[in-house]
Design a protein around this ligand. Structure first.
Ligand code: RTP
Length: 156
């Protein structure tokens, strides 16, 4: 079954802890993936080292926003996850919404819960190849091998 890597960024974690209106931000993000029918194979809260953040975003190292992006990712703990299911990479990106929340459709996570591109609360792998690289990087210990018993009620 296809897998993807999803990360709730530091703003998503902090806002869930301190913002009264968004007390359940981490839970809400998890809930949107669960309700869709995807199943959770790995989850942990991590404080990311600078070198690790640079490795995760290595493809963007030439971009002018790279330094700010790395500062953002190491500014507080993130919630790292692996989700599984049919077409989870592409569908996961649709659930997340466009990179810039100003362009993300209402109903998507970024469209509903974020305003600025540099504080867009969540990351999701952009291809099957990136997903497998990112899962290996973030979950070098491996993930749980299990299959949801709702399978026949979600897939024909
Ligand atoms: P992500 O990797 O976080 O899922 O985001 P993405 O694929 O939708 O977008 P990508 O181009 O890979 O950019 C990674 C993250 O960098 C920040 N960004 N800032 N200031 C800017 O112009 C700018 N552009 C991108 C965003 O936090 C974006 O999610």
């Amino acid at each position: 079954m296809e897998q993807t890597f999803v990360m709730i960024k530091p703003d998503g974690v902090q806002r869930g802890l301190v913002d009264l209106c968004l007390r359940v931000l981490v839970g809400e993000i998890i809930s949107r993936f669960e309700k869709k029918g995807f199943y959770l194979k790995g989850l942990k809260m991590v404080s990311v080292e600078r070198s690790f953040a640079e490795k995760h975003y290595a493809d963007l190292s030439a971009k002018p926003f790279f330094a700010g992006l790395v500062e953002y990712i190491i500014s507080g703990p993130v919630v790292a996850m692996v989700w599984a299911g049919k077409n989870v990479v592409v569908t996961g990106r649709k659930i997340i919404g466009a990179t810039n929340p100003a362009d993300s459709a209402p109903g998507t996570i970024r469209g509903d819960l974020a305003i600025e591109i540099g504080r867009n609360v969540i990351h999701g792998s952009d291809s099957i190849e990136s997903a497998s690289k990112e899962i290996a990087l973030w979950f070098s210990e491996g993930v749980a091998e299990w299959q949801s018993n709702l399978h026949p009620w979600i897939y024909e």
